[in-house]
Design a protein around this ligand. Structure first.
Ligand SMILES: NC(=O)c1ccc[n+]([C@@H]2O[C@H](COP(=O)([O-])OP(=O)(O)OC[C@H]3O[C@@H](n4cnc5c(N)ncnc54)[C@H](OP(=O)(O)O)[C@@H]3O)[C@@H](O)[C@H]2O)c1
Length: 332
């Protein structure tokens, strides 16, 4: 489908169900939320903490802000099982260290992995792994963690993997350009020309990649396993994400944005709502299964998803030999 600006504005004023209408008991469940020290991730973790998880790991880039978030959530919810573990999702070494720690201390299985950590930006910068930081964080690092955590997710009875995308994927300029081999390297080349590769389009592209990757991953999960994987959109929310945005976007945010608490309800819904049992490969928005962009559901979108899958596995396998091993043993 398309998302006209008028529909986007109408959606911003929709009533979003309160967590108590779909919340559940997380006794015995192990949950990870990335980027949980502020914004949508923090509010999501706070809701999940109130559901009595066996362990709730806030996976945060900076230990100090993560520890403070964990302490605040403990105080506000009474949940004593909240911990903060350091994770820079854009750094392959940090992802590996996080997974190794989970192997030692996680308790063997993972019930919910909510990948929320993300960045935007308006200039070309590289991260610690040498990738352009928006695509490197929002897609490559996110895919890396998802794949590395698959063996633990597959040990849980009804595991869910949720990747935070966005409605901005509907507005990606020249989305058809995503249907190319070597897309990740092309996005990492500052000299690429055209709207698709422009810095203004970069965040939108990264969120399109989230939607395509989730659909591709879901298609590789063998029948008979109960793992579901979906992408989710919180709508426009007032957070620190757009701190470098131009004044027009800042003004639009002031007028239209939801609070991060309201936005987080959609993440919690994707992570626990019973009505989503067995739902996989979908894009969720306003707590509803929603058709993604016309490009995503087109033949070129399907082709882009397959190429992205192959490209992502190839680049991750170059830095982490566990990735191809996990793909061979856990996926079809
Ligand atoms: N706000 C919106 O309107 C909106 C709309 C659609 C989708 N989203 C998506 O929602 C998610 C959360 O955004 P938000 O609005 O809550 O933004 P935010 O307040 O800026 O929070 C982003 C979180 O991601 C973390 N993060 C960034 N890079 C990281 C890295 N390399 N490793 C680990 N953590 C990292 C940040 O940690 P630090 O505090 O250390 O930077 C922070 O905890 C993002 O994926 C965003 O794309 C937001």
């Amino acid at each position: 489908m398309k998302l006209p600006f008028t529909t986007f504005i109408r959606d911003q004023y929709r009533r979003i169900p309160e967590v108590k209408s779909f919340g559940t008991d997380l006794t015995g469940k192990v949950v990870i939320v990335t980027g949980a020290n502020v914004g949508l991730g923090y509010e999501t973790a706070k809701h999940l903490a109130a559901m009595n998880p066996a362990k709730l790991i806030l996976a945060c880039r900076t230990a100090a802000t993560g520890e403070k978030a964990a302490a605040d959530i403990k105080r506000d919810t009474g949940c004593s099982t909240v911990v903060c573990w350091q994770l820079d999702i854009s750094d392959a070494a940090s992802v590996k260290a996080f997974v190794e720690r989970f192997e030692r201390e996680g308790g063997g299985k993972l019930d919910i992995l909510l990948e929320n950590a993300g960045v935007t930006g308006f200039s070309f910068k590289r991260n610690a792994s040498g990738w352009e930081q928006i695509v490197g964080t929002n897609h490559i690092g996110t895919a890396h963690l998802a794949l590395r955590m698959l063996p633990f997710l597959l040990k849980a009875p009804k595991p869910r993997l949720v990747i935070v995308a966005s409605e901005v994927h509907y507005w990606t300029s020249d989305a058809e350009q995503a249907d190319t081999d070597g897309l990740l390297e092309k996005l990492n080349d500052e000299k690429q020309e055209g709207k698709f590769y422009s810095t203004g389009n970069r965040y939108l592209v990264s969120k399109l990649l989230n939607v395509l990757f989730v659909r591709a991953l879901a298609s590789h999960i063998p029948a008979g396993t109960s793992l579901t994987v979906n992408s989710v959109n919180p709508g426009l929310c007032s957070s620190s994400l757009l701190r470098e945005a131009n004044p027009a976007i800042v003004l639009m945010t002031r007028i239209l944005a939801r609070t991060t608490e309201v936005g987080s309800r959609m993440f919690v819904h994707a992570a626990v709502a019973p009505e989503l049992d067995g739902v996989t490969g979908e894009f969720l928005s306003n707590c509803t299964i929603t058709e993604p962009s016309d490009f995503v559901i087109s033949p070129k979108g399907a082709s882009a998803g397959k190429r992205l899958w192959n490209d992502t596995l190839r680049v991750l396998s170059e830095t982490d030999a566990e990735v191809p091993r996990i793909v061979d043993t856990c996926l079809k």
